[in-house]
Design a protein around this ligand. Structure first.
Ligand SMILES: Nc1ncnc2c1ncn2[C@@H]1O[C@H](COP(=O)(O)OP(=O)(O)OP(=O)(O)O)[C@@H](O)[C@H]1O
Ligand SMILES: [Mg+2]
Length: 233
């Protein structure tokens, strides 16, 4: 459903991605891992048109979306949860969810908020609480809930497990699997290599702006993995 072809992208004149190729099939979970600064977040930002693309193309459901604006991408069916759960801490849970769908029709918004409450019952219970009063894990789920308000076919998640306790982390990965089972394709960027490879159908490993390895769960046993993470290139 998504094809990234020979993508060169970065910020101003600094090239970060140096010819990236990624292929996401319908209903897949794709993990994107690699050391700090490798360019993982930049890949998600380039899909969502939040950095500079110098060459290459991004195709979503046979349409070239490389130059579309962010709101157009949301209408195409792509939603993005940035690194560091950027929720509105001074707004209530319900207001946060509504912010996710403000570009959509009112009736669609009502239907979607029902769906999100069904998926995350605690959000319904806490709908009138300020987001700042939620735990870290709950805030992250709120950020994902907000993205789901847009009814995406492809969900981009940037380090959803960052800063979570092992228990919340497990819940998070389970929720991600659940969302995927309901027909949403997912690209998940993670520091937590092991857990993300385990929930993913396939994994891409990024090193210095290039895909160094890709494959299934067996990738965890690849000898190159250690070199990529701990140097020794
Ligand atoms: N807005 C920006 N302007 C200029 N350079 C940036 C910007 N954002 C990121 N970079 C640089 O781009 C490179 C890749 O950053 P990116 O955030 O994509 O890495 P990452 O793999 O997501 O790392 P991390 O695991 O730390 O989140 C880094 O060298 C970073 O300093
Ligand atoms: Mg990052």
């Amino acid at each position: 459903m998504l094809k990234i072809n020979n993508l060169h992208a970065g910020y101003d004149k600094i090239e970060i991605l140096k010819g990236v190729n990624i292929d996401v099939k319908n209903n897949e979970i794709i993990a994107l891992i690699g050391p700090n600064g490798a360019g993982k977040s930049t890949i998600l930002k380039s899909i969502f048109n939040l950095c500079n693309i110098y060459s290459g193309e991004i195709i979503f459901k046979d349409k070239n979306i490389t130059k579309l604006q962010t709101y157009e991408l949301i209408h195409e069916g792509i939603s993005y949860v940035p690194q560091g759960r950027q929720i509105f801490r001074e707004l209530t849970v319900k207001e946060n969810l509504e912010m996710g769908a403000f570009i959509l029709d009112k009736n669609v918004m009502k239907r979607n908020i029902k769906d999100v409450y069904q998926k995350f019952p605690f959000l319904k219970e806490k709908r009138n609480e300020y987001a700042i009063n939620l735990s870290g894990g709950q805030q992250q789920l709120l950020a994902i809930g907000r993205a789901l308000m847009q009814n995406p076919q492809l969900l981009l998640l940037d380090e959803p497990s960052l800063g979570l306790s092992p228990k919340s982390m497990k819940e998070m990965f389970n929720k991600i699997k659940e969302i995927n089972k309901e027909g949403v394709s997912i690209i998940i960027v993670e520091q937590n290599a092991k857990q993300s490879v385990e929930i993913a159908d396939r994994t891409y490993i990024l090193e210095d702006g290039k895909i160094a390895l890709n494959g299934g769960k067996e990738i965890l046993k690849n000898k190159k993995l250690k070199d990529i993470y701990f140097g020794g290139r």
